[in-house]
Design a protein around this ligand. Structure first.
Ligand SMILES: Nc1ncnc2c1ncn2[C@@H]1O[C@H](COP(=O)(O)OP(=O)(O)OP(=O)(O)O)[C@@H](O)[C@H]1O
Length: 258
């Protein structure tokens, strides 16, 4: 497979990606054109609206695969299509502005809560309160004397990791993101916050594609599809139900938590 060298940049329509369909075609990835690929011959088709759980041992390639959607690492072979468009033909600015990533330890913007949730200032406060309610942070924000004018300190240090993830998810709801990549927090997130995150992902993004980088298999048991990675290759891909029904690596990972 030869890497696509785009002669002409594609300017996608404003609504792209409307479906959130993702196709990896024989993709190999490296962190530098001079380095060996860390992911090789990766093939995966994700239908729009599906929830995908990526799991595998540390270093298996979960982050590398998801970073490639933002072209943070180097696609040295194959191509990645989002809603049918080859992402190497789309400007970095456009590509990165249309996808949402919730990192393990999100950094919030310095500014008010209102600005953090509605960076373009295009929504009214009632819409912001509605999403705060969805992520179960409305009561907490109502308790703040400044409410939506509360100033988030640099990076968001006055919120816990879990609250920062919830605020980023709230922003994704505001933006109606059709492709959301969630890197599950490994830092201490309390059980309640963890449950809220999982519930919101399951119920609020029914028309969006959600890719979860799972550090605990328990978080991806209800996904539509699970991909198990090993040494930069797809080891298993199927529904969690079918993987658990057979003698799979995923089943053994799940059995370890029982
Ligand atoms: N910035 C980088 N530069 C060079 N190699 C990297 C870089 N980041 C990751 N790698 C290498 O890529 C391979 C896959 O790592 P990756 O972080 O994608 O795995 P992972 O499954 O997400 O791991 P973890 O669960 O620990 O986050 C590993 O061999 C790793 O050493």
């Amino acid at each position: 497979m030869v890497t696509c060298v785009c002669v002409t940049e594609i300017v996608p329509p404003d609504e792209w990606p409307a479906k959130g369909e993702v196709t990896f075609e024989s993709v190999s990835l490296s962190y530098d054109a001079t380095l060996e690929p860390v992911v090789t011959d990766f093939n995966l088709h994700v239908h729009g609206g599906e929830t995908i759980g990526l799991c595998g041992r540390t270093g298996s390639g979960k982050s590398s695969v998801t970073l490639s959607l933002f072209r943070i690492n180097h696609i040295c072979a194959g191509r990645i299509l989002i809603d049918g468009l080859d992402i190497s033909c789309i400007s970095l600015h456009t590509l990165r502005s249309r996808l949402t990533v919730i990192p393990q330890d999100p950094v919030l913007f310095s500014g008010t809560l209102r600005f953090n949730l509605d960076t373009e200032g295009s929504s009214d406060d009632s819409a912001i309160w509605r999403v705060l309610e969805i992520v179960q942070m409305k009561a907490g924000v109502l308790d703040l004397p400044e409410k939506l004018d509360f100033v988030v300190t640099e990076g968001g240090e006055n919120f816990s990791v879990g609250e920062r993830q919830l605020l980023c998810i709230a922003r994704a709801i505001m933006r109606d993101s059709r492709l959301l990549i969630m890197d599950e927090a490994t830092a201490s997130v309390d059980l309640r916050t963890d449950q809220v995150i999982q519930e919101v992902l399951r119920t609020q993004f029914t028309h969006s594609t959600v890719v979860i980088i799972a550090h605990r298999v328990s978080s991806i048991l209800t996904c539509d599809k699970v991909v198990v990675l090993s040494a930069g290759k797809v080891l298993e891909v199927d529904t969690p139900y079918h993987l658990r029904m057979r003698d799979s690596v995923f089943a053994s990972m799940v059995n370890q938590i029982d």
